[in-house]
Every structure is written in structure tokens, then in C-alpha cells.
Design a protein around this ligand. Sequence first.
Ligand code: HC0
Ligand code: SF4
Length: 573
Amino acid sequence: NVSVTINGNQYEVPSNLTVLEAARTVGIDIPTLCFLKDINEVGACRVCVVEVEGARALQASCVLPVREGMVINTNNNRVRKARKNTVELILANHNRECTTCVRSKNCELQSISEELGIRDIRYTGAKREGTYDDLSPSIIRDTSKCILCGRCVSMCKEVQGIGILDFTNRGFETAVGPAFNMSMKDAPCIYCGQCMTVCPVGALTEKPAKDIVWNYLEDPTKHVIVQSAPAVRAALGEEFGYPIGTNVTGKLATALRKLGFAKIFDTNWAADVTIMEEGTELIGRIKNGGVLPMITSCSPGWVRYIEFQYPELLPHLSSCKSPQNMFGALAKSYYAEKNGLDPKDIIVVSVMPCTSKKSEIIRPELAVNGVPDVDVSITTRELALMIKEARLEFDKLEEGTFDAFMGDYSGAGVIFGATGGVMEAALRTVADVLTGTEVEQVEYTAVRGLEGIKEATVNIGGMDVKIAVAHNTTNAGIILDKIKSGEADYHFVEVMACPGGCVNGGGQPIVPANIRNVIDIRQERAKALYDEDASKSVRKSHKNPEIKRLYDEYLGEPNSHKAHELLHTHYVA
Ligand code: HC0
Ligand code: SF4
């Protein structure tokens, strides 16, 4: 410990803290703007400055370690003035169209200027020329809103290990973007959207598609159905004031119904189908000497990553389409036939916690005769906006249920949304299949939790199945390097592109830094899914009666010819 004086009072604080952390542990808050714990601790914006006795200049507290005997002032006229001045300079160069900004009321720049009591901006003069790039299917980059905080740069480079976004130009012309001012469409961006979730302002946002959905809903020639991804229910409530980690499955179902979809179905159902197909593919590869380890293929950001960075390892990817696209393919075949509908007239909308799903649905191989599996993909945030536009009072909605036929799901389907969930779901089914019995064990805790790479050996029917689970693309890269060098002897690997898995996807509600710094949103949201799983009477995909019916009535066996045609795909090097 060291002894420090803050605002005239003496405190004992751990010696490994920064001044910002030390002050906060003793209940003294210092405002920040660029700071994001563990991700962006760079002292770039200087909103967190404090006065330190003996130092001439004010110091950025987020990068300043405490020292024995330090005398700190966090709140005097000089400090307040400096902070205001800093934020005024940022505002002077910022496109301040707050009323029409997608981040209005959830903007950290707006909050900080309000908290600092800024009422006028004394600086006028030239503004930086902005770049507006909306060419990619997933991301809009608007540099007129960018405040150069560096969070997206740190996220993309340090957390995701990719480095699409960086500072370009110098001085007044400094901007953040891909090299050579390339469009996000042409850069090898995986569209994970993690940069958006940490952007404090509206500089990085999803490419919206909700108005396309509204238009389809009014088109009498279209039969519009919707599927909602596992992780959506774990976060949608946040947009309506519910605590982080609240499961809102019932209200989600009612909201979708009230928006006017002809049928409301669940991607969880398709997740159960995925387990049937992927589990069977795995057993086949193990028994027939196929390429091992087999790696999951349901996270489209991850698929883009391996295609861009390790194309030589593509044979390791499972040939399974993602649940999103399995759902779409079955909606336009199985569901269409059962209901006498022409696939061309069916519109499949997906609600996803993901921005990369918007790029997945336009992959040409994920269409049959020019009819895409999925027509429109919107994020959890866009669904929240639709609910607000429709003036539905979310908290008053009754608890509804998804429609039968493609809407009932097992607990295994729910946990897909958290890192390790696909692996656990697969083990539940593979164990029963390999042993030919009903294995009592349902939970596989070794693959749960937030460790970057989880490894385990699971004995199933006398066979040791070696598995690994990675989340975020840096960790995925580590596993791929091991596979490449021959060091990895896994049978099965799960990869999700986003840290924590889909619960923390790029399309989820954006949580400001002051909350992210104290709550692990990945853990809270995952818990909502594991709790729903534990509450289900059917917790294994192959026990879901709607899945049994799908195979009995339509597909025959998992990996049958028909299943291959509809539910499997290939990748592009
Ligand atoms: Fe996911 Fe999925 S679990 S990728 O994380 O596999 O986005 O939630 O929908 O498709 O099911 C996202 C979430 C999905 C898919 C499923 C998988
Ligand atoms: Fe980087 Fe992902 Fe953002 Fe693309 S979407 S710039 S890969 S963080």
C-alpha cells in the first residue's frame, strides 16, 4: 500500500493502482471519456486530468500510477476549467447533429458535456472534413462524429488481433479508419462490430435494415416470418431499462407478434438442428479419418476471419451452415411445403446480436436458385427501435411464446449464445449417440466461463474426446497456429468471433464505459441463458420433439442427401 492525499484527505491505497482507480476506490469519481478498462487505457482525451503537487502540468489520471506521498487534487477551478476546455475543443470539431444521431441519449460525449456543465462552445473555425462510408453490408463509418478516442483501434487491434482501424494522417487531419482510406467493404474486416460496441459516439454504427422490414410487413404479397437468435433475449431488455442479464424471452415473443410477423420462430430451434448435423459430421470425421479438429462454423465473423487469415485451414471448418441460415433454408423448403407457400413469397427476417450476420445473408452460396435463405437481418438494437417506433410499452407486454413447428427449442439451443455453449450442446447429443444410451450428465462446466481458451478432455463411451473453445479472434488465431504447427490434437473446436460469444455481439445494446468498467456484461448476459437452459425440461437437441419431427417427416437422417443440400455449405479461400 501507499499513502496518498486526495482533495485534502489522506488514504491508504494499493500501490499497483492508477490515480483514477485509487480515487474511485475511495469514492471520489474522476470523469473520463476515452478510458475503457482493460481495452483502452491510453490517456488520449485528457478529460481525466488531475493536479498533482510538484508537477507543473495537469496529469491524465487514467495512466498515472500512484506514488507514496502523492498529493492530488481532482476538483479545483484549474482542473474543472481544463476538462471543460478539452471537451469544448472536441465538440468544436464534432458533427453535433444530436437530434438525429443514432446514439442520441446513449452517447458518452453528450453525457460528459452535460456532466461538465458545458453551455457554450467558445471555439469556432474550420472543422475536419468527414468521411461517410456506408458501402459495407454491416458497418457505417462516419468520421464527422469521431472524437479520436482510440477505443475502436484498441478493440480491433489488441482484443480482436485484426487491426483494420488505425489512426491515419496527422495533426488536424488525424482520422480513424482503414489504411489508405479504404472502404470498410474492401478492408479485410470481419464485421464483428466490436468497434461499434465501444465507440462512445455515433462514428461507427450498423448498416440499418429495419425500414426494409417495415416495408415487407406492409407488402400483401409477402409472407413475412421472423427468427430471433439465442443471445437477443439476454440483452434486449437493456434497451427498455431492465438490468443487464435479464432474460426477456416472453416479452420478446409478444413484441414480435405485435409488430405483425405472420409467424414468430426461434433461431434456437435451428441451433438444435445444427447440433444434429454438426454432431453427426463430427462423429463421421472421427470414425472415417476425416480432417480433425473440426471447427464450428456458425459465427460469420469467425468464418470471415479464417477465410482472410488462414485459408489453408478451411477444410477444418464444419460444412454446416449457421443456425440463422439453416433456419432460412428450412423455412423456404420444409415450412413452405407444409403450408403450400412459394419460397419466393416468403420473407425471412432474422433478429441477431450480430452485425456480421448482415454480410452472411448475402453470401451467394447461401441461396437456392437466387432465393436467399434469409432476406433481412437486423440487430437487437434495431429491433428495440422498431418496438419504440411501434409505441409498444415493452414492460407491459405479456409473456408470450414462440410459434410451434420451428419455434420450440431445447436448453442446448439457448446456450449457443454464450462462449462454450455450442460445444456443450454438441457434447450432450454426441454423448448419447456414441454410447447409444441416455447419458445422465447434461452440464459440461469445463467449457463454460470467460477464460480466453478453454481446453478439456471428455470421456464419452470409453473414448477420449479432446475439445477446445476460443472466443475473440486473437484466441482463435492462437488455436489455428497450434493446428497449423501440428501441436493441437483436438477433435472438436468451438470458435466465436466476439469476446464472450454472441451475448456480447456487435449488434447488442451498447453499454457505456462507466457501466462496462464495473460490470462484466458478458458474464451477466450468459447467466441469463444458462438459467433458461436449466429451467427447460428438454435440454438436449435430439430430444426436442420438433426436431424429431423434422427428421421423420422431411430430412430423414442427419447428414442425409437432403440435409446436405439444404443445411451444408462451402467456404471461399
Ligand atoms: Fe449467435 Fe448462432 S449463437 S451465431 O452466437 O451458432 O449471432 O445469439 O444466432 O446463426 O443459434 C449470433 C447468437 C446466433 C447462429 C445460433 C450459432
Ligand atoms: Fe475490426 Fe471487427 Fe470493427 Fe471490423 S468490425 S473494424 S474487424 S473490430
